[in-house]
Structures are given as C-alpha cells and as structure tokens.
Design a binder for this molecule. Structure first.
Ligand SMILES: C[S@@+](CC[C@H](N)C(=O)[O-])C[C@H]1O[C@@H](n2cnc3c(N)ncnc32)[C@H](O)[C@@H]1O
Length: 224
C-alpha cells in the first residue's frame, strides 16, 4: 500500500533513516522513556501507531499489545523498522497520517503518535481519524516537541555526511491547538505532562522538552 505524498518531509526522513537510531538525540530518548512510563493499558489491546519511524517505540508496543499497525510516510524509516522483525502481530505500512487511515471505525483501543505532528500542518485530519478508529473509551497518546522549544528555535534536524545540518519542515502547534483539535474531534483531555531535562526555574531560560498528552473518546460515543 502506498498512500504517501511525495513531500520534503518524506525525503528528509528517508535521508535521516540510516543514522536516526545512532545519532545523539535527547528528545528521541526522553520520548521513549515517557511512553514506557505512561502507564498505558496495552495487554491484549489493538494499537495504531502513526509516524512510527524506525520502530523505536513499536518494539515496546509490540511486546505489550496483541496487534500493532504502524504507519509512516518514509519508506527509508520503515525499512529500518521492518528489519527489527517484531513478529506477525506487528504490521508496518507506508501511509500519510493526514490521509484517511486504512483502519475500521471503532476497532482500536489505543492510537499512539510520537514526535510526528511537528511535521503536519493541520492537526484536524489526524485527530478526526484517531477519533474515528478508536473504540468508545479508547485513548490517543501523543508526545511532541514542546511548543516552548519550537518558539526557542528547536526543530527536527540531523547532521549530513558533509557536516551541514538539514532541518525537516515543521509547523508550530500550541497546547491550545492540540486541545482544540481534540475537542472538535470528540476527544477529551485525560492527562498532560511537560517533561524536562532537569529542574526548570524562573529566569533560567530552560523549557520543557516534551509535551505529552492523552485524550480519550467518550465511553458512550458511537463510531461514525
Ligand atoms: C522524529 S521521527 C519520530 C519517529 C518515531 N515515532 C520516534 O519516536 O522515534 C518523525 C516520523 O514521522 C514521520 N512522518 C512525518 N510526517 C508524516 C506523515 N504525514 N504521515 C506519516 N508519517 C509521517 C517521519 O517519516 C518520521 O519517521
């Protein structure tokens, strides 16, 4: 299946794929820790992960859940993920998260997205699809580069072979943008955290590294 637009983001991640896991990257590493410590109920569950990349988090999701469908726009990142051989209950597909997902309505317990929405201009299609595929009381878990960091100039980037930095196209989303998109899609906020590297004090100039959110679909809401 190929439902991916031929975008600069896709090309950038194809170029980054070979070194994504071995580069020094505090955001990637903190993100992995946060997901494991989130206390998500995964045993026996069906999970959709979007922007799965090289499968860094898919490994852990696949160890806990019954089934994981992991989507990404970059064939290069997906090649790395597939090389992990996570088992027949984990499926990787090339798919642009802003397009309708090949997933039945109300069929999923948990949707997970880590460090992806920075690369998506409009949040609405992603939240709408997450809400559609989730069963009643299902959960959307998101971890993103904190918008404070975006305002300080942080953006996904990697060092190329010639030593130059390549920045990946990024869009700004504030906390209220995420909450508004969720509310419009029929999801409510159930948890919000702002993990940082070390103690943040007033005037230090430090900012939280990640914005970690959980949204839930109402228990009685019917799938559309
Ligand atoms: C910073 S990486 C994060 C990968 C992984 N989730 C992790 O935490 O290590 C961002 C990933 O999002 C993917 N991505 C970006 N835009 C996307 C889109 N529109 N649809 C699907 N995947 C996308 C990229 O290809 C890349 O693999």
């Amino acid at each position: 299946m190929n439902q991916s637009a031929d975008t600069p983001v896709r090309h950038a991640y194809d170029a980054w794929a070979g070194q994504y896991d071995s580069d020094s990257n505090k955001t990637r590493d903190l993100d992995a820790t946060c997901l494991v410590e989130a206390g998500l109920d995964l045993a026996g569950k069906r999970v959709v992960e979007f922007g799965a990349g090289t499968g860094k988090n898919t490994v852990w999701l696949g160890q806990q859940a019954d089934h994981v469908l992991a989507m990404d726009i970059s064939p290069g990142m997906l090649d790395r993920a597939r090389d992990r051989n996570l088992g027949s209950h984990v499926t990787f597909i090339e798919h642009d998260v802003t397009r309708p997902w090949p997933v039945a309505s109300g069929s999923v317990d948990l949707v997970v997205g880590n460090l992806v929405l920075e690369h998506v201009a409009s949040l609405a299609p992603v939240f709408e699809e997450a809400a559609r595929v989730l069963r009643p009381a299902g959960v959307l878990y998101l971890a993103e580069l904190h918008p404070f960091r975006q305002l300080q100039g942080s953006q996904a980037r990697f060092e190329q072979a010639d030593g130059t930095l390549r920045h990946v196209d990024a869009w700004y989303h504030g906390v209220s943008d995420y909450c508004s998109a969720a509310r419009a899609a029929g999801l409510h906020l159930r948890d919000l955290r702002e993990p940082a590297d070390a103690g943040i004090t007033v005037g230090s100039g430090a900012a939280p590294r990640l914005l970690v959110m959980q949204f839930a679909k109402a228990a009685g809401r019917q799938s559309v």
